[in-house]
Design a protein. Structure first.
Lengths: 261, 436
């Protein structure tokens, strides 16, 4: 599944179309003559198949639509969370910058290295569905050094308490993003979607019409079904493939703010 | 809905596509497409390990080595990789736990991650803990930090230095007029193998070359020590001319703070550090350390064109305020040295790489040209002594006139011992007892 996300979007579209339309046409050519035995000799066979297909299509369409919306919402949610994590990282970076030397600089360097790691190495690992060990290590290193600071003045105590609070906000956002790396539609749902698609297309084979018309109409319907399922698929993993959350917020923060501080 | 035509009707109409014609057409298309398609074979990356503490007491020093090794790998990958294959770094964090996590992570790298070589370790304790594992798996460890010598393994490439390339020339300089003709030395270090052995070596070096030198005191502290009040009081009472500092990690902050608190300045008693560079100085307030000394082979302030480019490239990537220290440069050189050896060998096989390293490969390192001594897999390097400035950089106050050949077993301390992999291998002399 992961290797599918490595393919460019246009290749995935062509592949999906080829599989779905190919499956439909395969059935039209090889299975249709046998399946038509069930409805042969009935004048209104197309009406019966049509009714079944409409009824089935309503439920299946609803299912597909809801899943597609849920996938899109999940993708947007992850995008929002990345923005929130970057915002909390930025705030934390500002907070530790007020620490006395050399603690402030050391803490800022650790955060900077975390940010750089996320877009330079981390994102690449998310794309293969892995949670990078390096992120956790860098956060641990920062946490360790933050707690090693002993505030001496009242101002330092207030700033330190606020920084620890800010660190917890950042950590929370980071955890949510980390969970999103492996998030996805449960496999049982994928089975329902795929079995539904197979049945939907199989119903088309039962129609009694001209061969070329059946190929054409069946092909269109299969193509659209494939497109819908592909849409869900590409949005299903927020960090994988062409339709995924970008690391740009981290990059912008690093290059415009952190690197030259 | 109109009823569908019969099979005979379909067959009779020449404008209609028959099933047979359609299948034939599709088959031809698929065959045509498959004939035109080309399969692309992904290039398999070469896995290398990075084994440095990123948390714990050694994080302050080792994290920068990780950054530098990743930086060198990125540069090599951007230039096309090694043997036209990209390098994939596998980074492990042994958390400054030398005895248990270092060996465990090393085994993980060699066994589970199947890395062909590892760049790692800082302390001798960690290196000694992983050495048998590298020998068991017959893979190479590139160790980028100056160390005490008294070791020679065919599975370790020592890209730092040994005392005859770093500490002895610095001691000789301190004894000379230009170095202040110091005579009374106080040794302070972390309580582990590097300071113990170095202490033993320094004592014997003075006995052999400057018998009138006095070691007026020795003190060892545990890793992560924060309380140096007693030690600094001892230094003050000993009336030492100079202190040799062999403390590792973030304890240095507390040591220099205590020196300043007790009013011992670099003008009264300069401290010559063996494990402090620009990277460690960022954790120290300049007013605490200004005027003190450090012995190393590389300082960021070395005036070389290659060095300026190197600093600029690193800073462009990591930030304008990042600094580069001696072990960082050695870590960078380690990766390029491994690359050069692999390319010369045409393989990542340990034996082939070892043979290639034995051909005295030369690297134009940022700090100057270095080469591998084929006898013991250590690097031949130059020694420098730097004086700490207020901007946390060094003024180079002494530079050895020539590149120094590494000698892991100085005969003044290890009589009869020698290491020569081109000849007899490791020859053991009289047993030497090193005590803290």
């Amino acid at each position: 599944m992961t290797s599918l996300y490595a393919l460019p979007l246009n290749v995935i579209i062509v592949l999906t179309a080829a599989i779905f339309v190919g499956y439909c046409w395969f059935g039209c050519i090889f299975l249709r003559p046998f399946l038509r035995i069930f409805v042969k000799g009935r004048g209104n066979s197309n009406d019966v198949v049509g009714h079944v297909l409409s009824c089935f299509g309503v439920f299946y369409g609803l299912l597909l639509g809801l899943i597609a919306v849920a996938s899109f919402q999940n993708l947007s949610k992850v995008e929002d969370n990345v923005a929130r994590e970057v915002a909390s990282l930025d705030a934390l970076y500002q907070d530790v910058g007020t620490y006395p030397a050399p603690h402030g600089q050391n803490l800022q360097w650790l955060l900077r290295e975390y940010c750089r790691f996320v877009f330079k190495y981390g994102w690449e690992q998310y794309a293969s569905g892995e949670i990078p060990e390096g992120e956790r290590t860098r956060i641990e290193a920062f946490h360790e050094r933050l707690l090693a600071f002993n505030p001496e003045t009242e101002t330092q105590k207030i700033v330190h308490a606020e920084t620890i609070r800010q660190f917890n906000v950042f950590l929370e956002n980071h955890r949510v993003r980390e969970n999103a790396i492996t998030t996805g539609i449960p496999s049982v749902m994928w089975y329902v979607v795929l079995v539904g698609a197979v049945l939907n297309i199989a119903l088309i084979w039962l129609f009694d019409m001209k061969f070329i018309t059946q190929l054409f109409l069946g092909g269109i319907l299969s193509f659209f079904l494939g497109l819908m399922i592909m849409l869900i698929g590409v949005m299903d993993r927020p960090f994988q493939g062409d339709v995924s959350v970008s690391s740009q917020p981290f990059e912008i923060l690093y290059w415009t703010k952190m690197r030259d501080t | 809905m109109a009823s569908s035509p019969t099979t005979s009707e379909l067959a009779a109409d020449p404008s209609r596509i028959s099933r047979r014609r359609f299948v034939g057409g599709m088959a031809a298309s698929v065959l045509g497409a498959s004939g035109c398609s080309r399969t692309t074979k992904a290039v398999e990356p070469i896995n290398v390990g990075i084994l440095h503490s990123q948390t714990g007491t050694m994080a302050i020093s080792e994290t920068s080595l990780r950054d530098m090794e990743l930086f060198a790998i990125d540069e090599i990958n951007a230039a096309g990789g090694v043997l036209s294959r990209p390098i994939k770094p596998v980074v492990k964090n042994p958390k400054s736990r030398f005895d248990d996590l270092f060996p465990r992570r090393a085994r993980q790298l060699l066994d589970e991650e199947d890395v062909v070589a590892v760049f790692g370790c800082w302390t001798s304790a960690s290196r000694k803990a992983v050495k048998p594992i590298f020998e068991e798996y017959d893979r190479l460890l590139f160790y980028p930090v100056q160390y005490e010598g008294n070791e020679c393994s065919p599975n370790i490439v020592y890209t730092g230095t040994v005392p005859n390339q770093q500490v002895f020339p610095a001691l000789d300089w301190l004894r000379s007029l230009s170095g202040g003709a110091k005579r009374r030395f106080f040794l302070v270090g972390t309580d582990y193998v590097f300071p113990w052995t170095l202490s033993h070596l320094i004592t014997n070096h003075f006995k052999a070359t400057y018998p009138d030198t006095e070691i007026v005191g020795k003190s060892y502290c545990p890793f992560g020590e924060k309380d140096f009040e007693r030690v600094v009081t001892q230094i003050g009472e000993s009336e030492a001319d100079v202190v040799i500092n062999m403390i590792n990690g973030d304890s240095n902050l507390y040591f220099y703070t205590e020196l300043a608190r007790q009013g011992i300045t670099s003008d009264d008693v300069p401290v010559l550090a063996t494990s402090i560079g620009e990277d460690e100085l960022r954790g120290l307030l300049p007013e605490l350390v200004e005027g003190h000394l450090a012995a190393a082979n590389y300082f960021q302030s070395v005036e070389r064109e290659g060095n300026h480019d190197f600093i600029e490239r690193f800073r462009r990537e990591h930030g304008e305020d990042r600094v580069i220290s001696d072990p960082m440069e050695a870590a960078y050189v380690s990766v390029y040295l491994w690359k050069a050896a692999v390319e010369l060998a045409g393989s990542t096989d340990t034996e082939a790489v070892r043979k290639a390293l034995g051909t005295q490969i030369q690297i134009d390192a940022p700090g100057g040209r270095v080469h591998v001594d084929k006898r013991n897999q250590h690097l031949a390097k130059r020694c420098r002594v730097g004086k700490i400035r207020s901007d946390r950089q060094f003024d180079i106050v002494y530079e050895a006139p020539r590149i120094l050949t590494p000698d892991p077993f100085p005969q003044t301390s290890f009589p009869g011992w020698r290491c020569d992999w081109t000849n007899d291998g490791l020859v053991e002399g009289d047993p030497v007892r090193i005590e803290p």
